[in-house]
Ligand binder design. Sequence first.
Ligand SMILES: [Zn+2]
Length: 122
Amino acid sequence: MECLICKRQFIKRRTLLTLFSKEEGYICDRCYDKYKIELGYESFRLEKYNCLVVNMFKYDYKINYDYFIYEYQKIYLRLSKLNGSNVLFFDIVDLNNDLELLNLYANLLKNNIIILTFMVRK
Ligand SMILES: [Zn+2]
């Protein structure tokens, strides 16, 4: 396989347990180490509802985050099972400018919201 980020050829290691399972994800181990997924969160109160912002990366790595869509999907599915909150996706959340928008979303959905994002700017 070719890594989508560094374009290096790599081989996904298989064990006896994963030999016949379908492997997804097209990023090499080196890039996984370089661009680490480090989940973080911030919760705050909007006007009427609560908001939880879950970010996947600590730093802005200046890469195309779309390559991590498989990992994003797994986190999204886990978050959507948490409770009755609505899970939304933003590429990048800017806590200085987007609070009004988040408040609008929560009021529109009439529910607490969980935002899954690649990056949070403060
Ligand atoms: Zn790579």
